[in-house]
Design a protein. Structure first.
Length: 423
């Protein structure tokens, strides 16, 4: 299994520019593109906010408190990073627009208010525009950045799931694999034990205590905000070490997150396996229509390839699950070989007592729109600025890693658009 930081580059022939991102939050600017314009009338107030230093859910909670509303009444289309300058639309029903316009919430600014007839829901966005400054770099390296961007615009960006999908320890996918295989003891060991190089302070101590079997002290040691870890430690005591009962008691959304991470881990392996032919269709492929997300089987690649060259369609890879459409021919063989190497039984993907794994298809590539590379200098020094627009679910880090080719450049928490888990 290829580690997320070791995945191959499509543009390996072009030198990376290195540098650093997010030396300050405003260097990473994200502007949400709405799926539809607000109608200007209706019972729901739509408002666009600009925030910095807050994750979307933190902003939602603070805004809800200021309006005297429960957080679940605030609608949003996607999740945006805290360590960035971001703009996105929110909605709330039966609140006067003037009251929303006058909101006074730290690190949040309301920049536009209108009305619409329905609540804004997860996934109701057309994409995100990014403007990212890369610093600690020679601006002359913009030539390499431009060459890389041009190749990506022509052939596509490998649609890898980013490192943030797999947690700070990089092991959420392996936790999902253990749950899927019903190896619940292994899942708990990964979740709560196995201290490693990314663990420090109280977190490391809590993991060491878990490894030693001192679950009560481990529960007391887990720091804020590791509430789930505290709870699971106490569940182990309550259920006398019955790992399956403990996993069943774990929050359903958390279980889904782990399974989804395993799907993502496997998908990345397929992208890597097909990297050299990322923009070429094969007989038996299931092709993705970028206009509407529909999928169809490729019978004659020669007939369909011109549409692929025009970026109207792309080959897809599997988000494995029991209801997933299966590729045939060579693509199907590649996908089955990965399952065989993982020693995964197809029955494991069926609905079980601890998870539901339907599965689906995901394009192997995406195209950055309105892409540009410029240079400049400000009070923080010289920079190369990368600008592009991405569809929902695509990772800006996938573009950045091809251009920078230095994983340490992306070491900051660079989360991208998030809509819903694939499980």
């Amino acid at each position: 299994m290829i580690n997320v930081n070791e995945l191959p580059y499509l543009t390996a022939s072009i030198p990376g520019i290195g540098g650093r991102i997010k030396t300050r939050p405003e260097d990473f600017f994200v502007d949400e593109v709405p799926l539809y314009p607000a109608a200007g009338e209706g019972t729901h107030t739509y408002f666009k906010i600009e925030k910095m230093g807050l994750a979307t859910m933190q902003a939602v909670q603070q805004i809800a408190r200021a309006l005297g509303k429960p957080a679940y009444e605030i609608g949003y289309a996607g999740l945006k990073d805290a360590d960035a300058l971001t703009r996105q639309w929110l909605s709330v029903e039966h609140v006067d627009p003037a009251r929303v316009q006058s909101l006074d919430v730290p690190r949040v600014r309301v920049i536009e208010v209108t009305r619409h007839g329905n609540k804004l829901k997860l996934g109701h966005l057309a994409g995100n525009r990014f403007r990212i400054k890369v610093r600690q770099i020679d601006p002359a390296r913009a030539r390499e950045a431009q060459a890389t961007m041009e190749m990506l615009a022509k052939r596509g960006v490998p649609n890898y799931f980013g490192a943030q999908r797999f947690g700070s320890r990089g092991d959420t996918g392996y936790i999902g694999r253990a749950i899927l295989r019903r190896d619940f003891a292994e899942a708990l060991a990964l979740m709560l034990g196995r201290p490693g190089p990314h663990d420090y302070g109280q977190v490391r101590r809590a993991r060491e205590l878990f490894e030693a079997g001192d679950y009560e002290e481990a529960a007391r040691t887990w720091p804020y905000p590791f509430f789930n870890e505290k709870r699971i430690c106490r569940m182990i005591i309550k259920y006398k070490g019955n790992a399956e009962r403990v996993i069943r008691a774990v929050d359903k959304q958390m279980r889904r997150f782990y399974i989804s991470a395993y799907q993502s881990l496997l998908f990345n392996q397929i992208v890597a396996a097909r990297l050299e032919t990322l923009d070429r269709l094969m007989a038996g492929d299931l092709a993705w229509k970028h206009a509407n997300g529909a999928v169809f089987k490729v019978v004659d690649p020669a007939v369909e390839q011109p549409r692929c060259d025009a970026f109207e369609i792309s080959p897809t890879g599997p988000l494995y699950g029991h209801r997933m459409s299966r590729a045939e021919g060579e693509p199907g063989q590649i996908e089955q070989a990965l399952l065989d190497s993982e020693d995964t039984n197809p029955n494991e993907w069926r609905e079980g007592p601890t998870h539901k794994v339907r599965g689906g298809r995901r394009p192997l590539r995406f195209r950055p729109q309105e892409a540009s590379v410029t240079t400049g200098q400000d009070d923080a020094g010289p920079y190369i600025e990368l600008a592009f627009q991405l569809e929902p679910g695509c990772y800006a880090t996938a573009v950045l890693r091809e251009i920078c080719k230095a994983e340490e450049s992306l070491s900051a928490n660079t989360s991208d658009e998030s809509t819903e888990p694939e499980a």
